[in-house]
Design a protein around this ligand. Structure first.
Ligand SMILES: C[S@@+](CC[C@H](N)C(=O)[O-])C[C@H]1O[C@@H](n2cnc3c(N)ncnc32)[C@H](O)[C@@H]1O
Length: 216
């Protein structure tokens, strides 16, 4: 639960769709998609856990036609929302969608070349099991990337992001504050979960001014 917001708020699919269409979010998704497209092994299966509508994988599909892309989410309403991929139907059709819980992924061991979870990990009721499940379904030398909002980011980072994206500062600051109410994490929050999951080595870096990327 956020320190700034007194209760857990999981937006309904329609509200989530409205939020992800915001300019700031679209620009963040494009940055994440570029990171992923540059790193994913050729021809591999990329598994996005807590993928929502498959929004990020739809952008990756446009950049990496060789990849097989699997969006897993425990909410059928998110995966199959009629707005999902409406603007990019061909790319969206390349994203397989599978209903499943992060804590018990309905997938064979080592089937994935890379795992991904964006703004999802903080919502998992069993985060430790979720991390262990991702390790199980991604092959031994495959990377797993977790992106979350960085609660330690503040005014300096918001200002830098506003400059990089040529957006008004107040819009970026308001957007970051709104998003971080619900799901910003500290480095310690993430590290504690990795330790509990028995993960020995991980790399945790602040990226794109306002996010964490954990790689293990
Ligand atoms: C804030 S949304 C983020 C969606 C997407 N990754 C993105 O970046 O737009 C969090 C998603 O995680 C999903 N989720 C939450 N707990 C889950 C779990 N235990 N297993 C699978 N999906 C889960 C929710 O249904 C929701 O779609």
């Amino acid at each position: 639960m956020s320190a700034f917001f007194p209760f857990e708020l999981e937006p309904p699919p329609w509200l989530y769709h409205v939020l992800v269409r915001l300019g700031l979010m679209q620009r963040l998704y494009r940055r994440l998609a570029a990171d992923v497209a540059a790193a994913a092994p050729p021809g591999g299966l990329l598994i996005d856990v807590g993928a929502g509508t498959g929004q990020l994988l739809t952008i990756v599909a446009q950049q990496r036609p060789d990849l097989r892309l699997l969006a897993v989410d425990y909410s059928p309403a998110m995966l199959r929302h009629p707005w999902a991929g409406a603007k990019q139907p061909a790319a969206s059709d390349r994203v397989w969608r599978l209903v499943g819980d992060a804590a018990a992924l309905p997938l064979a061991p080592a089937c994935g070349a890379m795992g991904l979870a964006t703004f999802s990990f903080h919502t998992w009721q069993q985060p430790v099991q979720g991390l262990q499940e991702m390790r199980r379904v991604v092959r031994a030398n495959g990377q797993i990337w977790i992106y979350e909002m960085n609660r330690e980011a503040g005014l300096a980072q918001w200002r830098a992001l506003a400059q990089e994206e040529a957006l008004p500062f107040f819009l970026v600051a308001a957007g970051c504050k709104l998003l971080s109410w619900h799901h910003a994490l500290r480095a310690g929050d993430l590290s504690a979960s990795f330790r509990q999951a028995g993960i020995k080595d991980w790399d945790l870096q602040p990226v794109h001014q306002i996010l964490w990327r954990a790689v293990f």
